[in-house]
Design a binder for this molecule. Structure first.
Ligand code: BTN
Length: 262
């Protein structure tokens, strides 16, 4: 496939997975500026629904809040998927939960470790961030995932990423980015198909069970103020915080920016 985009080379490889909705076409590149940018470019054509972009390296990998996303070539899964979901599924909270739960399931399959979700978009193993998610919506919906697979503790520390982790750091099994990428695509596809069939409940339960701090004392940072209390429950409709007087405050998930230990 020639992407037709100035400065973008043809993919090194193309996979055609036997999936349901995404990953039927996976384009693998040695290096791109950002897999999210390339996926967004492909949104010009709705026939690219479900296309996955993978790269060994990014020259301008992007994170949340305008930050950069760094990873040495061949050390991580750098993946973006382009989708045109129905309106009810374009909610960032739902998309973030879908991606985060799929990453957790992939980590479980690669390492046997139980990863946790840190609101809204981070995945942690042993309290270290091993994956981040960047959702960008325009003509289509682009969900970008960076999953640290092979970096050593020293490599992460020398890049100044002292709170980051990788699968290799916590697992004796040898870790392979290609295998992790394929597993991740299959997990994303299975969960996305369930959502498209109207089953939002299965994901809601998995998301809640994977979220760290449930039942703990937290500070919830919202767009219109902060709330302290016990993180009582959470779901697509509300994040519930029980205050010290026992009252329960229900917050719209879209308003919740961060949930921190208190
Ligand atoms: C974050 O935690 O800040 C989100 C990081 C998202 C990084 C991924 S790597 C693949 C995709 N392409 C990008 O430029 N960013 C996302």
């Amino acid at each position: 496939m020639n992407s037709g985009r100035k400065g973008i080379v043809d993919p090194r490889e193309e996979w055609r997975l036997d999936t349901r909705r995404l990953g039927k076409k996976v384009l693998l590149f040695d290096e791109v500026d950002s897999t999210n940018d390339l996926a967004a470019f492909l949104a010009e054509d709705a026939a690219n629904d479900g296309v996955v972009i993978l790269a060994d390296a990014q020259t301008s990998g992007r994170g949340q809040h305008g930050r950069s996303w760094q990873s040495p070539p061949g050390s991580s899964v750098l993946l973006s998927v382009l989708l045109f979901p129905p309106p009810a599924m374009r909610r960032p909270v739902l998309l973030a939960a879908w991606a985060a739960v799929s990453v957790c399931e992939t980590i479980w399959q690669c390492t046997g470790l139980s990863a946790k979700i840190k609101w809204p978009n981070d995945v942690l193993v042993h309290h270290r961030k091993v994956a981040g998610i960047l959702i960008e919506q325009g003509r289509g919906t682009v969900v970008g995932i960076g999953l640290n697979v092979r970096q050593s503790t020293e490599e992460l520390a020398s890049a100044g990423l002292i709170e980051a982790g990788s699968l290799a750091m916590f697992s004796d099994r040898s870790q392979d980015c290609r295998q992790a990428a394929e597993l991740l695509i299959r997990c994303l596809d299975e969960e996305y198909d369930r959502l498209c069939q109207g089953d939002l409940r299965t994901l809601e339960i998995a998301w809640k069970n994977r979220t760290e701090l449930l039942g703990r004392l937290v500070e919830v940072e919202c767009l219109d103020g902060n709330f302290r209390g016990r993180l009582f429950d959470m779901g697509w409709e509300a994040v519930e915080v029980q205050c010290s007087d026992g009252a329960i405050v229900r917050l719209k998930p879209e308003k919740v920016k961060h949930i921190r230990n208190f």
